[in-house]
Design a binder for this molecule. Sequence first.
Ligand code: MF3
Ligand code: CO
Ligand code: CO
Length: 293
Amino acid sequence: MSPVRESITKGAVSSILEVPASIARPEYVGRKRASTWGGGDVHDAETIEKIRISARIAAQALAEVGRHVVPGVTTDELDRIGHEFVLDHDAYPSTLGYPGAAGRPAFPKSLCTSVNEVICHGIPDSTVVEEGDIVKVDITAFKNGVHGDNCGSFIAGEGSPEAVKLVEVTHEAMMRGIKAAQPGREVNVIGRVIEKFAARHGFESVRSYTGHGVGPAFHTGLVIPHYDAAPYHDDVIEVGMVFTVEPMLCMGSEENHEWKDGWTVVTDDGSWVAQFEHTIVITETGPEVLTLP
Ligand code: MF3
Ligand code: CO
Ligand code: CO
């Protein structure tokens, strides 16, 4: 089930990287919690153009970090690469200082690195990536007052056949979920498609972490499940909506728990996980992916 290396353990987290004062921060940085977004999920053309810019920076940053996922790199080094890329494009790395749950610390890094059985929200640290690891990199850029959010799974060196299959199926699951996001349908159609496709390949789709509305807020409050949530999550997909589709598929059980660091989420059974994420906008003719380089 966990084909190559031993369990992931927490490494040493380096000190917080600086951001020049010239780069605008999201409202939540330095606060206890993010404000509640009351502006809905349908955006005007001008806002969508701004999201397009942030989304492209996030996608380019993801590609750049992904090129450095090789055996021997530390997740902290991946963070530094992503951090610098985003700053070089006059954007802010949205996860840096993102408030945690009540009483928990803010996220201390500029992207999430989630290795093998870590489902999501892994904190970059001194962990050394090994041959065959699945490294999920999730990076979000904030510019002109809006966020673009994406994630990819990268295998370091050569992966096991199971790992390669998991990564391929997860990407295909995301793309099928995106294609299902047609105006007039309920958002729960997206998860239905993803969960069915995953099950066909013997994988489970994580239920406790979801896609979300994104744009003027990092997480707007709109929830996009990656499982069949009907009759719940019946929000109707409308033209002009912007949200993420970001399935996490597991080789084993999707049951999970969080580490004491308040962020890192791992599978209970240690089974490995892949994730992909795009930010999409709904147009008259269907979904359009914004997180493209
Ligand atoms: N980018 C993640 C998502 O897809 C959220 C990360 S929040 C963090 O929604 F604080 F963990 F970084
Ligand atoms: Co997201
Ligand atoms: Co993300």
